[in-house]
Design a protein around this ligand. Structure first.
Ligand SMILES: [Zn+2]
Length: 86
């Protein structure tokens, strides 16, 4: 079950991943993804590493978020399954 905010943000994820989101929508989507692991997973389905870097520049304090995202990308590349039960 997704909360209303998740539903709203998920419609924006393809745009966020594509770098097509601007202004307050971009801010909303980025802030939500930074706090919502499920939507972050969803973003990974759309996003490429370089685009995620653009969405989460290390300079704005989201470095720890980016680290966890990159970790997951590395896991996928190495073929390990994601941690169960999350
Ligand atoms: Zn969410």
């Amino acid at each position: 079950m997704l909360c209303m905010e998740c539903r709203r943000i998920r419609e924006l994820l393809p745009l966020l991943a594509g770098g097509d989101l601007e202004g307050s929508l971009f801010k909303d989507a980025r802030e939500h993804v930074a706090t919502c692991e499920r939507c972050r997973e969803e973003l990974l389905e759309f996003g490429h590493q370089s685009l995620l870097l653009k969405a989460f520049p290390a300079s704005d304090g989201s470095a720890s978020i980016w680290d966890s995202v990159r970790e997951r990308i590395d896991q996928r590349r190495s073929g390990s399954p994601p941690p169960a039960g999350s």
